[in-house]
Design a protein around this ligand. Structure first.
Ligand code: CAA
Ligand code: NAD
Length: 293
């Protein structure tokens, strides 16, 4: 039975996962690598709930109750009493393997491990632990508090009972879970990532301006955000890691990171979280970057 949820990482995704778990009534322990990042991550949750109060969607009492269920830590060992640990660390196999080795020693054998990875192999991460049967993918979507979908991913090692338990857990968070097997990118990113990368290639090739490419997909296809706004939202760094992982696996051009994406990541233009990407977020409304290519 899941009562306490551990979350590794309080970045864009980890903070959202910690928030929705606390909103659903679970006790949550969220771990960051430093006190500074922990403050920033918990601040993001506080700000989201404060905006909810402003919008009249959340009462001040409810906000206090949700925040009261959240505990921050910088130690992985503090997650030892959790029934499920959801990992949302940076999209790097080396980093995630190191996290799982440490967690596997710290947590009792019954603790379920769930990775929020976008593109890494669940099987490969599970293999560094002694709990392959209790290891799943649990892929949330950004922004976690607003997006309904969660992909529940089983590896060949995952036990069917654990898949069912995690599926029920996702439902208890108010999410709509779908099931996928452990193929790189699962269902959504297999389709979404080539589209996002094609939008960068369209900028590179001068097919249209940043704004017009975005407007084209918003008004022509009914997408809530154009692809370049969405890239800024996801993080260009994260998309670049994902593209590299998918290209290494499939060796297909559609997954290859375009040179412009690489150059922007090298330049620290990581999108909304760094203040600049395809748009400059110091302006209101954000201004499309010109002269990138
Ligand atoms: N507290 C409570 N409720 C809030 C809130 C808050 N702080 N902020 C917003 N809401 C509510 C709003 O009141 C609104 O509710 P109603 O529908 O009842 O009016 C609802 O949430 C939507 O909010 P907004 O109107 O402010 O937002 P929007 O309509 O502009 O939509 C969005 C925002 C959901 C982000 C939308 O632009 C969207 O869907 N964008 C695309 C996101 C996407 O594609 N995400 C996937 C990325 S890929 C990924 O995640 C996978 C990966 O591995 C990379
Ligand atoms: P982020 O950059 O906002 O956060 C990264 C997190 O990793 C931070 O908490 C950071 O402290 C932590 N981290 C960095 N180095 C670390 C290390 N050496 N050891 C442990 N932790 C470390 O990234 P994010 O967007 O929250 O992505 C986190 C995970 O979620 C990734 O696997 C990503 O692919 C996945 N994901 C991202 C999105 C998205 O739209 N951004 C959507 C779904 C899934």
């Amino acid at each position: 039975m899941i009562r306490t949820v551990g979350v590794v990482g309080c970045g864009l995704m980890g903070s959202g996962i910690a928030q929705v778990s606390a909103e659903a009534g679970y006790r949550v322990v969220v771990r960051e690598v430093s006190e500074g990042l922990l403050r920033k991550g918990l601040g993001r949750i506080e700000a989201f709930l404060a905006k909810g109060v402003e919008k009249g969607k959340v009462t001040p009492e409810r906000k206090a109750e949700v925040l009261g269920r959240l505990e921050g830590t910088t130690s992985l060992e503090s997650l030892a009493a959790c029934d499920i640990v959801i990992e949302a660390a940076v999209e790097s196999l080396d980093v995630k393997r190191e996290v799982y080795r440490a967690l596997d020693s710290a947590c009792p054998p019954q603790t379920i491990f769930a990775s929020n990875t976008s593109s890494l192999s669940i099987t490969e991460m599970a293999a560094v632990t002694r709990r392959g049967a209790r290891f799943v993918g649990l892929h949330f979507f950004n922004p976690v508090p607003l997006m309904k979908l969660v992909e529940v991913v089983r590896s060949p090692l995952t036990s069917p009972e654990v898949v069912e338990e995690v599926h029920a857990f996702a439902l208890s968070l108010g999410k709509a879970p779908i099931r996928a097997s452990d193929r790189t990118g699962f269902i959504v990113n297999r389709l979404l990532v080539p589209y996002l990368l094609d939008a960068v290639r369209a900028v590179e090739e001068g097919v249209g301006s940043v704004e017009d490419i975005d407007r084209g997909m918003e008004l022509g296809c009914g997408h809530p955000m154009g692809p370049l706004t969405l890239l800024d939202f996801v993080g260009l760094d994260t998309t670049y890691y994902i593209a590299n992982i998918m290209f290494d696996d499939f060796h297909e051009r559609r997954f290859a990171p375009p040179p412009l994406l690489r150059r922007m990541v090298q330049a620290g233009l990581h999108g909304r979280k760094s203040g600049r990407g395809f748009y400059d977020y110091s302006q209101d409304p954000p201004k499309a970057m010109g002269g990138l290519v």
